[in-house]
Write a protein that binds this ligand. Structure first.
Ligand SMILES: C[S@@+](CC[C@H](N)C(=O)[O-])C[C@H]1O[C@@H](n2cnc3c(N)ncnc32)[C@H](O)[C@@H]1O
Length: 379
């Protein structure tokens, strides 16, 4: 986002002081419509910042990182590798961050990943991976088995690499020109660079609106090296997805981000008037509700029977969370809500549907997050 779009001096008179953030009238109205208390934002200056130590960076590094950041690292007892630091501490300039030993991620987001309970050997689909591939690679320390696609999650239909790959040409129309995946390199071919240049020039949004996913990263054990491209980039039929889908699916859906205190704080800098356009526009919210349901439906379609799916958003509203889950459960009787193992010791509360979880600044000292875990029963 472009911070030059506005400055704090552009702020409108309609702003009213609400707690420690001067929330604008339109946002207060949005909170009121959704039954949310503006006081939630009063903790904005006291919620810690959270960092995660890259797995493998032993905890003996903690004191080294402490002296570099000039603050104490408080271990988050319920979340492996997570530490809390004072909110004013900046990490981006530190060596530890630049060397990929630490990265910033809210503890509530970490909880969504923990709820997914990924086990060694699982095939995992992250349906709404953020666009910045480089950040993702750092954040999740994607391993040798991973494949990362840029794709529209409502259309995405590629099954894990152990799925039986049928004959493609006649079912998909993708021409088998015999090309195979060689070892992945971060260097992009001239053809690919031209393609993304064109997309950028055309103002193409992320993710692409077509059903064609773009494979942007794959590890050496991802099952792709040496495999024919047309075999991999084969859209699946529903029937395949039921038997050979992913073991775990994360649908960390696009939302209004109203529960992300850090995100809302940024509007002080970007200018509150941009919030109307970026967050509060009624048509945008309406579209979001549809998008969330469609992402959930597609994620569930690609989940194998017996597998589990986590739906999460950082919105505090019922409309983007419990209501989406309710609508979904009515349509899909083979979906059942599951309790999240270990969540009894997490600093969160129950959502208004049993077995769902809610993090919020007051309860959890984190940003807001809704988590629902679903299992796919045999139909
Ligand atoms: C809450 S964020 C997920 C962040 C990600 N899990 C992470 O940890 O970085 C939601 C993401 O959904 C992406 N998104 C928006 N529309 C989408 C769509 N139709 N299909 C897939 N992703 C989409 C947005 O680009 C945004 O990065």
């Amino acid at each position: 986002m472009d911070p030059s779009e506005s400055s704090p001096s552009d702020r409108k008179e309609e702003e009213q002081p609400a707690a420690s953030l001067p929330l604008p009238a339109a946002f207060l109205e949005f909170l009121g419509d959704n039954g949310l208390d503006p006081m939630l934002y009063s903790a904005s200056d006291t919620i810690p910042r959270y960092i995660r130590l890259k797995p493998g960076v032993e905890s003996r590094m903690v004191s080294e990182i402490e002296s570099e950041l000039k603050c104490e690292l408080w271990k988050v007892p319920w979340l492996p590798n997570f530490y809390a630091i004072p909110p004013e501490v900046q990490i981006a300039g530190s060596k530890a961050y630049q060397q990929g030993k630490i990265y910033g991620i809210d503890a509530a987001s970490g909880a969504a990943i923990l709820a997914l309970d990924v086990q060694p050997g699982d095939h995992v689909l992250d349906l709404c991976a953020a666009p910045a591939c480089r950040t993702m690679l750092q954040k999740y320390s994607l391993g040798d088995r991973s494949r990362l696609f840029v794709a529209n999650g409502t259309f995405f239909s590629i099954l894990p690499s152990n799925s039986s790959l049928g004959s493609i040409e006649e079912s998909t129309g993708i021409k088998d020109n015999g090309s195979i995946f060689s070892e992945w390199t971060s260097k992009r071919s001239w053809k690919e660079r031209q393609k993304s240049k064109k997309a950028k020039a055309a103002g193409s949004p992320h993710p692409p609106s077509t059903s064609e996913p773009e494979l942007i990263y794959y590890g050496k054990d991802s099952g792709l090296v040496g495999v024919r491209k047309c075999d991999v980039l084969c859209p699946s039929a529903d029937v395949d997805a039921c038997t050979s889908g992913y073991d775990k699916v994360l649908v960390d859906a696009e939302c209004t981000h109203d529960g992300s205190i850090k995100h809302i704080q940024k509007f002080e800098f970007w200018g509150w008037e941009t919030m109307d356009r970026r967050v509060l526009d009624a048509q945008r919210i309406d579209n979001l509700l549809h998008l969330q349901l469609r992402l959930l439906i597609n994620g569930f379609r690609l989940l194998k029977t017996g597998g589990s799916l986590v739906y999460s958003t950082c919105s505090l509203t019922v409309a983007q969370n419990e209501d989406v889950i309710r609508q979904f459960l009515l349509k899909y009787p083979s979906a059942e809500l599951q309790s999240v193992d270990g969540a009894d010791s997490w600093p969160c509360r129950s959502g208004s549907i049993q077995k769902t979880l809610r993090f919020d600044p007051g309860t959890s000292q984190t940003s807001g997050l809704f988590v629902a875990k679903l299992i796919k029963l045999p139909s």
